[in-house]
Design a protein around this ligand. Structure first.
Ligand code: SAH
Length: 243
């Protein structure tokens, strides 16, 4: 019986992968993943067998991993960032109910939130909320409720999946909701292609963010009341000076 590792590769390739993640991928003969992520690692591991399924075929992708492990091979199910944050770790454990004899180990990775935060400066120094704007798996009403609640409670907010071809105006809508509770001057940041070629970041106000177009390779950060810009970096004070 093989073992399954559910591995977060980090936001970019290689440099932001943990040593544990590298060791897990190295030890597995079979690598399973979403086509895009498999392409990211394929060149580096020419001796592996790669199995992919497109988006929306996630359950099948998990079953494939378990079936290969049943045949005796160690299998790495790879995800970008952290596998347990909008990744495949949960579904793997759910599908794994049918395969109790197969051991599953989750290997953590750097997620887009802390990868992007490091690019911008230190925006997540205080309480923060992570919200995905994708309504593929979550009803939009629930997303609205969460965005409003997080804004009302003055969390720093980190938005994943801020846009797609079908959801061009979702970031604008989210900003409009946040503007009901947050000032238009709130310091915000966007980071595109974290850890990858073409990494780029911008710092701007919430009012400007509202009219900014981003794509699905971007993570968006909205500061809290205290967040400031220092020498081009986005900083949320931890509050040490106030103690
Ligand atoms: N499991 C991943 C998240 C997958 S959801 C993680 O932990 O990071 C996909 C969303 O994550 C994207 O729409 C984007 O908002 C964010 N993201 C993932 N990788 C990114 C990168 N390299 N640069 C910028 N944003 C990224």
């Amino acid at each position: 019986m093989g073992k399954i590792y559910v591995v977060g590769l980090g936001p970019g390739a290689d440099m932001q992968m943990t040593m544990e993640a590298k060791a897990a991928v190295k030890q597995c003969g079979i690598i399973v993943g979403y086509t895009v992520y498999v392409d990211l690692v394929k060149e580096e591991y020419p001796d592996k067998v790669f199995l992919t399924t497109p988006m929306t075929q996630e359950v099948k992708r998990c079953q494939m991993a378990f079936e290969e492990a049943q045949k005796g091979q160690d299998v790495a199910m790879i995800c970008s960032g952290d596998a347990g944050i909008y990744g495949m770790a949960g579904l793997m454990l759910e599908v794994g109910k049918e395969y109790p004899e197969i051991e599953v180990e989750i290997v953590p990775g750097i997620t887009a939130a802390n990868g992007g935060a490091a690019v911008l400066g230190a925006p997540l120094m205080h309480d923060f909320a992570v919200i995905s704007l994708s309504d593929l798996l979550t009803p939009w009403e629930k997303i609205e409720k969460r965005v409003k609640a997080a804004a009302m409670a003055d969390f720093v907010i980190c938005l994943y999946n801020p846009s797609s071809r079908k959801r061009k105006d979702y970031l604008k809508k989210a900003c409009e909701m946040m503007l009901e509770y947050k000032s238009g001057d709130t310091v915000c940041g966007t980071v595109r292609n974290i850890g990858r070629d073409g990494e780029e970041s911008q710092i701007m106000t919430l009012s400007r963010l509202k009219d900014t177009e981003v794509d699905m390779f971007t993570t968006v950060f909205i500061g809290n009341e205290q967040t400031i810009e220092i020498n081009g970096k986005m900083v949320t004070p931890r509050g040490y000076r106030n103690v």
